[in-house]
Design a protein around this ligand. Structure first.
Ligand code: ADP
Ligand code: ZN
Ligand code: ZN
Length: 811
């Protein structure tokens, strides 16, 4: 028998054929992880993956590589749909097969250095002699009976033999041994958790009136009773809680720190809901498609506050009831604790929430429990699309428009598109949900690839917020960046004890200068893109052509000295707000205030509990928050992101502003939104004021069609970087010339080579070649060949050549 195999160590990570030894013939299946070694080598082994098996070779098989052992007892680490998916990825994203496989498996699964063998309790000696007949099995058991627990390398040394996995797996199957992974971790395994005692008397509360902290902790514990909670979950100190324990009001235990998802944010379980008519209609469509057991993708276009989450949840109940499994993708878990929490509330132990703060051990355990089918739903960010679930019934991609779904390192896959493909391979239903569909998805809904489902209204007849523009040039100001008008609106809400969210939009603002008086942004006279302020040299510099000009502390247009150039302006705005509203507590949420673990959740919790009435932040405050008391949303520099040289600039701004506007008036009280704008009389705003996504889409699509940008074409970006600028350019030129010969004129256009938007990063010059593909595709073997040629030709210049299919970032 022959196996098509792939390994980082051989054939540049591309598939090759090897002979399967007779002894392993029954243990090896497609998707298995194996150990490979060189026949005449020094015994070092490498990890490989079996792609497929063949009775007869369909090409030459490698004569010097052999499969020496099989891991995980021959149980595939990649199931059939994941093998298909990673094959598709390699082909579509023009990347190596091995890269797509390693990307689909957590690092903890791919290493063997942490493997350990443990003796199970009931391996009686009598039984051992009866079952164990080979010498190797006998020696393993003999050693293990005394040692109880060894790492695989230890065992290999003791036995002087490398190939142990297969035999160990057999012993594991016989119930003698346990083969697992143990990762040492720096985080403590155990932490103290607290909860309220069951038998509290009526005097408990009054006895604490003089200790506000203890009282607050008591209330916090009560709200989560009878759960044991960690101090940080309720924002209480260990000391305070220990006093409660001493007084006999609370009890504590040592709790294992598990992968239990906790972001520091929690809300009370919501009461049971009856679905609205629109929700029911949407759900019916999803359910009847699901019953057909065929692949289908839906674009669930629901305005903000239309109750998409509940539709997902009800649909997944159907999926689980049919004995199937599901994947839920969210852009970033720490930023959307409410969504994750609501899923947890419905599915309890049936759901595994995967997040980046998990340790290796937790990641391994989570992966393992999904693979064994112990949990049925995997929820998490981008890479959760590779969850090792069998029998997949549905994939939900929440906020499908979010750019976080695109991975900006190799393999540069888009998790939304990968989700659609996985659903297709698994004959599952894919649901892409959003209030502002990406143009790609909306285009696919228009041309029938996806089925459009609308949720046009907010829950409970709540009205969509009314959006107004504030022209900063014509309006008096209350402070440097806040208009009189916005100020009065905020004051109005404070008077009614309502809440306000303020967004300091800083997208596309990295380092450029902005005049707060007239809105002027200094541009490069050669390239027409914003100049970047360099504080050390005190000059403005174009990152495109290198042109510089001295920095004068006043606006070149209106001479105002109110210039804004910090990359994060939230701190300054917080000060302005504090001066305007000295009595108010202001919560600020930006990269500076959310660096520590759980801080994001804590800020949201305070806002949720209405300990503050103003929340000010960057893009983070635009995402998925659902707070009923918010009646006003203000955006401070709403038009700033329109200046960046990216064809998606308008789409991103439209989506960001729609999302943040959607935080207002989600319950019975209507919401209002004020956008402070300085420059643009842009079409974006006209459509935004009308809340008309369709109109905006048609408008923008016309432009994209004319310029041949997606969705009118598919982009592929080739990048050459080097410390030597001439060489980087020469390599890009070779790339272009090669592509010209390959690409028939009618199937696409070629742009470049040109310096990248950010021409130099970390001392490396960057040159781009862009392909706009109208039809057909680039041939992966051809591109591979080109990539090899370029890296070989320019080896001495240290060229790094990368390919980005469907790039989200053209800078
Ligand atoms: P979206 O994600 O579409 O912006 P959400 O899913 O956050 O909206 O729902 C908005 C709010 O409406 C949430 O507080 C949710 O609990 C509530 N909600 C959803 N469906 C219903 C319903 N059928 N009846 C009452 N409230 C609902
Ligand atoms: Zn320039
Ligand atoms: Zn000015």
């Amino acid at each position: 028998m022959y196996a098509l195999t792939v390994s980082e160590k051989f054939f540049r990570g591309e598939p090759f054929l090897v002979v399967v030894p007779d002894t392993l013939e029954h243990d090896i299946r497609p998707g298995c992880m194996v150990l490979l070694s060189l026949k005449k080598g020094n015994g070092t082994v490498s990890i490989g993956y079996i792609l497929s098996l063949k009775a007869e070779p369909d090409g030459e098989s490698s004569s010097n590589i052999e499969i020496s052992d099989v891991l995980y007892g021959g149980r595939p680490v990649l199931n059939h749909s994941l093998l298909q998916l990673t094959e598709w990825m390699a082909d579509y994203y023009l990347t190596r097969r091995i890269d797509t496989l390693t990307c689909a498996l957590p690092a903890a699964v791919r290493t063997t250095v942490h493997d350990v063998v443990e003796m199970t309790g009931f391996a009686l000696n009598a039984e051992v002699t009866k079952i164990i007949n080979t010498a190797l099995r006998r020696s393993i058991l003999k050693i293990m009976t005394t040692e109880k627990r060894l790492t695989i390398p230890q065992l290999q040394r003791r036995l002087g033999k490398k190939q142990l996995y297969r035999t160990l797996s057999e012993l594991e199957r016989g119930g003698h041994l346990l083969l697992t992974k143990k990762f040492s971790s720096t985080t403590p395994k155990q932490k103290t958790a607290y909860r309220l005692c069951n038998s509290l008397s009526e005097e408990t509360e009054p006895s604490l009136t003089n200790s506000p902290k203890q009282l607050e902790a008591l209330h916090a514990l009560a709200s989560l009773s009878p759960e044991f909670v960690f101090p940080e979950t309720i924002d209480a100190s260990r000391e305070t809680l220990n006093i409660l324990v001493k007084k006999g009001f609370a009890e504590k235990v040592q709790r294992e720190v598990t992968s239990n998802f906790s972001t520091g944010f929690s809300e009370k379980p919501q009461a049971l809901r009856t679905l609205t008519t629109s929700q029911n209609q949407a759900l019916d469509q999803l359910r009847s498609a699901f019953e057909k057991q065929e692949y289908q993708t839906f674009l669930l276009h629901g305005v903000t506050g239309s109750g998409k989450t509940l539709v997902y949840i009800e649909f997944l109940k159907t999926v689980l009831a049919a004995g199937k499994t599901a994947i839920v993708l969210v852009p970033e878990i720490a930023l959307t604790p409410q969504t994750a929490g609501r899923f947890r509330e419905h599915f309890h132990d049936d759901i595994t929430i995967l997040h980046s703060a998990m340790s290796n051990q937790e990641k391994y355990d989570a992966w393992h429990s999904l693979r064994l089918g112990k949990t049925k739903i995997a929820l998490g960010a981008r890479s959760t699309i590779f969850a090792p679930l069998d029998n997949l019934g549905a994939i939900i991609v929440d906020e499908e428009h979010d750019a976080a779904y695109k991975q900006d390192r190799n393999p540069r896959y888009h998790a939304r598109d990968t989700a659609v493909m996985r659903a297709m391979f698994s004959k599952a239903i894919c649901v892409l949900g959003t209030a502002t569909p990406s143009f790609e998805s909306y285009h696919n809904a228009h041309n029938g690839k996806y089925t459009l489902v609308n949720l046009p209204e907010r829950i409970d007849g709540a009205t969509m917020p009314v959006i107004s523009l504030i022209w900063m040039k014509d309006n008096p100001k209350a402070s440097a960046s806040i208009s009189e008008l916005l100020y009065r609106q905020i004051a109005l809400r404070m008077g009614k004890n309502e809440q306000v969210i303020l967004l300091q939009n800083r997208r596309g603002f990295a380092g450029s200068i902005f005049c707060l008086a007239c809105g002027h942004i200094p541009l490069c006279k050669f390239c027409n893109i914003p100049l970047v302020y360099h504080s050390t040299q005190k000059h403005l510099r174009c990152h495109y052509c290198g042109h510089t000009k001295p920095y004068t502390a006043s606006c070149e247009k209106c001479s105002s000295t109110e210039l804004f150039f910090k990359s994060s302006g939230t701190e300054r705005i917080e000060e302005e707000l504090q001066t305007l509203f000295p009595e108010e507590k202001i919560l600020r949420m930006d990269v500076d205030t959310t660096t520590t673990k759980g801080s994001h959740g804590r800020i949201l919790k305070e806002f949720h509990e209405r300990k503050a009435r103003i929340l000010l932040g960057t893009q983070m405050v635009a995402k998925g928050l659902d707070f009923p008391a918010v009646t006003l949303v203000g955006v401070l520099m709403a038009d700033i992101g329109l200046n960046i040289p990216d064809f998606r600039a308008s789409e991103r701004i439209f989506s960001l502003l729609t999302q943040v506007a959607g935080r207002a008036g989600r319950a019975s009280k209507p919401g209002e939104v004020y956008l402070q704008v300085y420059n643009k009389e842009s079409d974006v705003f006209t459509a935004l004021l009308q809340g008309n996504y369709e109109k905006f889409f048609l408008q923008e699509s016309a432009i994209r069609k004319e310029l041949l940008y997606p969705p009118a074409s598919r982009l592929i970006k080739f990048e050459c970087t080097s410390e030597d600028e001439k060489q980087a350019e020469a390599a890009a030129l070779l790339c272009k010339e090669t592509l010209v010969r390959h690409l028939p004129a009618e199937s696409g256009r070629l742009l470049g080579p040109a310096p990248a938007g950010i021409a130099k990063i970390r001392n490396r010059y960057r040159y781009h070649v862009l392909v706009k593909l109208i039809s057909g595709k680039l041939s992966p073997p051809f591109i591979k060949q080109m990539s090899d040629d370029i890296t070989t030709r320019f080896r001495s210049a240290g060229i790094i050549f990368t390919i980005d299919v469907d790039p989200q970032n053209l800078m």
